[in-house]
Write a protein that binds this ligand. Structure first.
Ligand code: WTA
Length: 651
């Protein structure tokens, strides 16, 4: 028997190499791996040199005081100049930076020249309010162009932005404002979501009333609805609109803080992940150029992430702008006003590159192939996935139904903490396997190790670690160096522990297995919830599945699965035993769920992650715990009511 830290039970034999046409035109060529392997730091210097520096660095990497890295020390640059000014100076002012689509159907094209004007005005406005380099600015906005303008204006003057997703509560917003001691909040009168105006302003009012550090609140008019007004409030159009259209940008140190982004950890207290300037921009631009194969003159690129998440920071704003991409920005939800909205937008704008999350892909799968098939998606040439494990069935659906069997898929693993993509195929180089993130990018050093920190090899699993510092790594947790060390650097000496399990298959390709706290121990076997979920979803009746380990007298933990069936499919009377046997044949009899509960919905955070903690409460017959970070607070009631009404099945 195998005694791996995490057992390696599934197998995938399908392989998809890039077409010769794609491979020959790709930005990233196979030599990159050897080049980075031969001299990693020289490789990163070459990537950094793609940016415009006012003063060159004298030291590529200073790692004399681990885990506090300094990259490109001595160098000075301005992020906004790199993302905007230099493209206008090079004659690309008329190129569209963002095609904006509002949820209600309003549209706006913002060229690089427009962006330069608006960012300059906003930078002047912030300075007129007394915001200085190093001050923190909270941004609480819908996904509208002004959100990107606000971020770039902060970067331009060296202020540190802290974007808080515009779906968080006043309590959560206040905690983030407090922790960072923000002096300014930039918000809007509201946004549009699911066909209705979404309130932001009253939430800001409540948060700011209890946050003495905030001096001013700048309010973008988006919905035009009446909002209460306080003496700290200033309309964006009044202040920003009246400013001079040029702004002289100053260069900042490579290690000057660029932003803080709060993310949840294993405790309730959110962590302010700190990113700095030169290394961050170097790696987001490098990864965006090579993983997405961006061709600035011809591509229409769409990353669907909100700026409230790291994906929105790195791949809706900084990466694409640094590379002079033309992006699509869509404010709303995929089902407003109809379930074909995304595909309608792809058709309208002739989108060539789409970057989204598995949870969205599985939702579209559930809605059925006919919806995307009724639009012309032939412009797409590359597809990306991020944020969670993409199970092989969803990967294949994405490839065939959305990508027309022609588009390479890049499954990109990274974290808020890593700042940029770390593990991913290169689209013109890697022959991909459905569900595998394949391997670290050139310049990145990752490994999988066992409990004792020993590196494991082909056919084995364990803990995913990063073995060398990387340019866009977090520089710490805001105001809490001890927590930074304890959270990421204490599990294994000198290794960054990502919190994820992973395995190598027999060919050495890397598979993510989910957070290690989602790893179960059943009869002494450590099993990944994600692997069992993939097996369930590979059954034709199943749309979505979430698996948790519930304590079990006999086996330590028992596997409990929550399953959503595909609507309209007649699953048959024996669906539960069918699914248990299906898992047994897909993985192993030891992976058979003890219990399968058929449900209508799953509890998810606003970023689409399933909250297994809450499902564990149900599986263990406990009162359901804290639900404040749920996207839809009613879901738990629905699940409990459904189970009480007899849709629960156990055999
Ligand atoms: C998970 C999102 C599998 C992982 C960019 C990680 C993934 C956490 C993938 C970070 C992927 C992200 N395959 N799992 N391609 N990408 N994850 O900070 O558990 O919101 O640790 O950053 O998402 O989530 P975060």
């Amino acid at each position: 028997m195998d005694h791996d830290t995490i057992e390696n039970l599934s197998h995938e034999s399908r392989v998809f190499p890039p077409s010769p046409q794609f491979a020959s035109q790709a930005n990233a060529q196979p030599e990159m791996y050897a080049e980075a392997g031969a001299d990693r730091l020289a490789f990163w210097e070459k990537q950094a040199a793609e940016l415009q520096w006012e003063t060159p660095w004298h030291t590529v990497l200073d790692w004399t005081n681990p885990p506090f890295a300094r990259w490109f020390d001595g160098g000075k640059l301005n992020v906004a100049v790199n993302c905007v000014d230099r493209h206008v100076a090079a004659g690309h002012g008329d190129q569209v930076a963002y095609h904006f689509e509002g949820e209600p159907g309003d549209t706006r094209d913002i060229t690089y020249a427009d962006l330069l004007r608006e960012v300059s005005q906003a930078a002047n406005a912030l300075e007129s309010l007394g915001v200085k380099a190093g001050d923190r600015v909270a941004v609480y906005m819908p996904l509208i162009p002004e959100a990107a303008v606000a971020m770039l204006a902060c970067a331009r003057i060296g202020a540190v932005h802290s974007v808080v997703f515009g779906g968080y509560s006043a309590h959560a917003l206040r905690a983030r404002i407090e922790d960072a001691q923000a002096v300014l909040v930039i918000t809007a009168d509201g946004g549009h979501r699911k066909g209705k105006p979404m309130d932001l302003k009253s939430i800001v009012d409540e948060a700011v009333a209890a946050s003495p550090s905030v001096k001013d609140v700048l309010v973008v008019k988006r919905t035009g609805h009446d909002v209460a007004w306080t003496d700290k409030d200033i309309w964006w159009h009044d202040l920003v609109g009246a400013q001079p259209e040029t702004h002289e940008a100053q260069a900042f140190d490579a290690e000057h803080p660029l932003f803080i982004l709060y993310t949840s950890g294993t405790t309730g207290q959110p962590k302010g992940i700190l990113h700095t300037t030169g290394g961050y921009l170097t790696q987001v631009a490098y990864t965006h150029r090579n993983v997405f194969d961006i061709k600035p003159d011809t591509d229409i690129y769409w990353c669907t992430a909100d700026v409230g998440w790291i994906t929105g920071h790195s791949y809706s704003v900084y990466g694409p702008l640094a590379n002079r991409a033309t992006s699509l920005m869509y404010e709303g939800t995929p089902d407003t006003p109809h379930t074909g909205r995304w595909w309608e937008l792809v058709e309208k704008h002739r989108v060539t590159i789409l970057y989204t999350a598995p949870t969205a892909i599985r939702t579209f799968m559930k809605w059925g192939d006919a919806i995307p098939q009724s639009f012309d998606l032939s412009s797409l040439r590359l597809l990306g996935s991020v944020g969670e494990i993409i199970n092989p069935e969803a990967w294949m659906w994405y490839r065939t139904v959305i990508g027309g069997d022609r588009c390479p898929i890049v499954d990109t693993w990274w974290q808020t903490e890593t700042g940029a993509i770390m593990i991913s195929p290169l689209p013109g180089v890697t022959a991909t396997r459905p569900g595998s993130a394949m391997g670290p990018l050139p310049g990145i050093s990752a490994a999988i190790c066992d409990e004792e920190g020993n590196v494991v090899h082909e056919g084995h699993g364990g803990y995913l670690v990063l073995t060398e510092p990387w340019p866009s790594m977090l520089r710490g947790i805001w105001g809490d160096n001890d927590r930074y060390i304890a959270t990421y650097w204490a599990h294994f000496a000198h290794l960054y522990f990502a919190g994820d399990g992973a395995k190598y298959d027999d060919d050495g390709d890397l598979w993510l297995l989910g957070r290690v706290d989602d790893v179960m121990n059943v009869s002494g076997h450590r099993l990944s919830t994600a692997e069992i979920e993939s097996a369930l979803v590979s059954h034709p009746s199943v749309a979505e599945a979430a698996v948790v380990g519930a304590s079990d007298e006999l086996t330590g933990q028992g596997i409990v699965a929550f399953v959503i069936l595909i609507s309209g499919v007649d699953a048959g009377d024996h669906i539960v035993s069918t699914l248990r046997n299906h898992v047994a044949s897909e993985i192993s009899a030891i992976a058979k769920p003890r219990q399968i509960l058929i449900v209508q919905e799953l509890p998810k955070t606003r970023s689409g992650k399933i909250m297994r903690r809450l499902l564990r409460d149900i599986a263990e017959n406990r009162a359901v715990g804290d639900t404040t970070t749920l996207a839809d607070a009613n879901v738990m009631d629905l699940i409990s009511a459904g189970l009480a009404a007899g849709t629960s099945t156990e055999d």
